[in-house]
Design a protein. Structure first.
Length: 248
């Protein structure tokens, strides 16, 4: 398994920009889709639905298929608990995992330090640690009126990205719409992971801050998280190939 954490994203094959979200509660379904897409896709995401249903052994199953795994549990807790979660996740040899930037500087620092200690003691590569800024399902009015943050959403995202960088994180999750602002504020090496990706002929569903795969790549994204446009297709392999061809 390639667990290279260097951000040499300008040189990566276009298809490697895609992370496929295996959002299902069923191990067999997840592994079937993973096997179907594995000829063209290098990275999959295990989110809350799959992880909470089938447990951490799914990570091992996916590693056996030679896939890199992003574990998306969006940790958001007191620093000590986040550090414990970091320890458990790092031991599994995941490629990437994430925390909510809203947990604050100390939580992110403790999580990173704990992951570093485990990676060092086990002599395994340090997983990429990514901070979630504002969910791609959040719009301006939700941010202002419900969450109570009274600023333009792009400013919040950039502010959170700077905080994640200050905590030593490798990058952030945001909409591809915000990638140029994040890169300006945090540097080109700071990784952007962008869900909210939709082909023009598909339903937006619950996403709000969306782009097409081609727009996301043109905006400079490092990795696009794509779920339903691939996993709910009649043929996930063909859907993945169509998406790759739309921007490569
Ligand atoms: O952290 C994530 O991966 C994430 C953050 C975010 O802001 N928005 C978002 O959609 N995601 C995840 O990205 C995936 C998007 O799935 P689709 O909307 O089906 O492409 C889901 O697994 C979400 O949990």
């Amino acid at each position: 398994m390639d667990n290279n954490n260097m951000n040499d994203n300008n040189n990566m094959p276009p298809a490697d920009k895609i992370i496929v979200a295996l959002d299902t509660d069923n191990r067999e379904t997840a592994l079937l889709i993973a096997k179907q897409i594995a000829p063209v896709i290098k990275t999959v995401k295990v989110g809350m639905e799959l992880y909470y249903s089938v447990g951490p052994s799914i990570i091992e199953d996916l590693h056996k298929l030679d896939l890199r795994v992003f574990v998306d549990l969006k940790i958001h807790d007191i620093p000590n608990t986040a550090a414990g979660a970091a320890k458990s996740l790092t031991k599994t040899g995941v490629w990437m995992w994430n925390v909510h930037v809203a947990g604050g500087l100390k939580m992110m620092e403790k999580a990173r330090e704990s992951a570093q200690e485990v990676a060092k003691s086990l002599d395994i590569p340090m997983p990429l640690l990514i901070g979630v800024t504002q969910l791609t399902s959040t719009d301006q009015s939700t941010l202002n009126e419900q969450i109570g943050i009274n600023e333009p959403i792009q400013e919040t995202v950039v502010r959170y990205a700077k905080l994640a960088k200050a905590a030593g994180l490798d990058g952030v999750v945001a909409s591809a719409q915000e990638v140029p602002l994040i890169k300006d504020a945090c540097g080109v090496e700071f990784i952007t992971v962008t869900p909210g990706i939709r082909m023009t002929d598909s339903s937006v569903d619950d996403q709000v801050r969306i782009t097409t795969p081609k727009q996301a790549v043109e905006l400079g994204t490092d990795y696009m998280v794509i779920g339903r446009n691939i996993t709910k297709a009649d043929n996930p392999y063909q859907a993945a190939v169509k998406i790759i061809n739309s921007f490569a």
